[in-house]
Design a protein around this ligand. Sequence first.
Ligand SMILES: [Mn+2]
Length: 416
Amino acid sequence: MTKTSLADSLLALPAAPPIPSRAGGAMTRSLDVRGNVAEATINTAVAPRAELEGQARELLEQYGLAPSEWEVTGFRTSRWTMANGEEGVSARFSYGRVGTEAAPAAPDLDELFALIELHRASPITVRQTGEHAFIVALGDMQFGKIDGDGVEGTLRRAIEYINKAADALAWYRKRFDIGHIHIAWLGDHIEGFVSQGGANTWRTPLTLSEQTRLVRRVMMHALVTFAPLAERVTMVAVPGNHGDPQRFAGKGVTRYDDSHDTEALIAVSEAAAMDPARYGHVEFYTPELDEMTVTLDLAGTVTGHVHGQQFTPGKHFSWWEGQAFGGSPLTDAELLLAGHLHHFLHEEQGVLKTLARKIGERLGIRKRLRPRTFIQVPALESESTWYRHRKGVRGVPGIVIAVTKDGRTGPVEVIR
Ligand SMILES: [Mn+2]
């Protein structure tokens, strides 16, 4: 149809430009009318937009449509070399019938893209240094599913919130010297087709490769946005249950590190490696072989990352304690970031340990007695329709930003 959605734009394949017809059919016009929307395509010599629009309106008249009843809702243009060797233009105007739903329904995508460009264009040449780390934690986009406002809504929020996080960073820098930016991708970045034994398939209209392409491009957007802003930039991705590439008989898994959620970040890291001047200072981490967590030092705060399907809701501290009991790298973590349960949760343990810390300091074991902070991010999808029918509530999407240093995490803010 006529309108180009944000999802369509970001899903665009690197297709070759159309080959103009050798039969001299370069100068063509076509009109497609369906209900209250129309699309006029003009292939002609290069001309200013006003002139192209004039030609498109002539086309409407030619087919008996009164131009006053139609208004432009979208415009798309591309250039190519015509058969005669000259440059030509292909202009497509989308129209909506005035006073109908179709007319005002045009998405303000230009505005969205302008927002992206604004961040990309920031001419920062010196990467800032500082003692604090700024965390951007997000997950559960589940790109591909139709629930709530669908892929379009989720994608829009992902980009908007990443941009808002970059704006907030400038604001937090008035209070903290921030030299490290950390982006935590906490899993379930795609909807996939293995969840509930594939029962989600009908409600997942995007193909698997389209889903992973969106993840990659959103990760790329975060990379391009944040890389110029600090001397150290890190990105971590952990596998979520929806990111499993396949399951056998509905349940059997492959290796625990086998995941579309993490593979997307690996792909982005390979693209980044091609431009060391711009991205040489960016580090990328995913779990080790057959593991599901990543532990990383952020400005002195040992930080664990896990999707969260491993623990019973509300039992995150018990799970964490168990991991420590087994000698996992999470033993020394002071901050644990998780996703999966689709709502924001910020919980600390350590209030009762004030005295213990004082004693510990005397004994020289201060680090072990630091408080433990658990942060669970909201989902980026607007709702789980299944959950809404079951419990009545919709999601409250968002991403989390936080400042951390030496085991102390705060402020913690949810961007919505
Ligand atoms: Mn999950």
